[in-house]
Design a binder for this molecule. Structure first.
Ligand code: ADP
Ligand code: MG
Length: 222
């Protein structure tokens, strides 16, 4: 069991660094993309150019993610239905679940919460996708949303390959990913968003059995 929110100081520093690096990379990137577009009209070179374009798109995506991480927080908190946000996100990942032979079991209560809905959607999306990606040969994805006292409690449970204990500590560190196409930024972004909503975030896992992610949000604003 690992409390992922204890690294907030470390996170602030990483955020500053990330913003600096991302800005430096972004401008030459835009120029490169422009010239590649022009070159793309030459037939022979087109395979290489496509590869280059894919790599550039990936760098662009990562710098975008890093920038969003480092940006000062917008404060457009509104009362939202967490159920609605969750239902929309579930709808979005249904095809992905189907493709991976993942059965979804949902238990979603109505809970109203003052939050930034698109940020919360981002958290749900990454946690759901991580769960599905952990079950490449199928399994069950349990998703709960309940109101417990003055908290919204969200539990996302998969029957996937799990996480080894020594790896559990690395979660939420930037660029830690075990996936070929992973960025290792998802959990870090989740952690930051949850922190901004004064929530808590814990992960429990057993190798070859599965992973349980628990997120709570306080419903009474301070
Ligand atoms: P990414 O998904 O791009 O790899 P994340 O920050 O979302 O980056 O996750 C980091 C790493 O944590 C993943 O590469 C994976 O090894 C591990 N992980 C996250 N969620 C799960 C899960 N539900 N089951 C198993 N491993 C997970
Ligand atoms: Mg992820």
């Amino acid at each position: 069991r690992e409390d992922l929110l204890k690294k907030s100081e470390q996170l602030a520093l990483v955020g500053q660094l990330a913003a600096g690096v991302a800005h430096e990379i972004r401008n030459p990137l835009t120029t490169l993309k422009g010239f590649l577009q022009l070159l793309g009209e030459d037939k022979k070179a087109s395979i290489y150019i496509e590869l280059l374009q894919n790599e550039l798109n990936r760098i662009e995506y990562i710098t975008g993610e890093l920038l969003s991480l480092a940006k000062p927080q917008a404060t457009s908190f509104k009362i939202n239905s967490l159920k609605m946000i969750m239902d929309q996100t579930v709808e979005f990942i249904k095809i992905e679940a189907l493709k991976n032979n993942v059965k979804m079991v949902l238990s979603i209560e109505e809970v109203m919460f003052e939050c930034e809905s698109h940020k919360i959607k981002q958290v749900f999306l990454n946690l759901f996708m991580n769960a599905i990606e952990a079950m490449p040969t199928g399994g069950t994805l349990n998703i709960f949303l309940v109101k417990e006292k003055s908290d919204a409690v969200i539990i996302i449970q998969d029957t996937g390959y799990g996480i080894k204990e020594d790896r559990l500590r690395k979660l939420g560190e930037p660029f830690y990913s075990t996936k070929e196409k992973g960025t290792g930024l998802g959990l870090m972004i989740c952690r930051k968003i949850i922190e901004n909503h004064k929530g808590t975030f814990t992960i429990e896992s057993k190798p070859n059995e599965g992973t349980t992610v628990k997120v709570t949000f306080p419903l009474i604003s301070s």
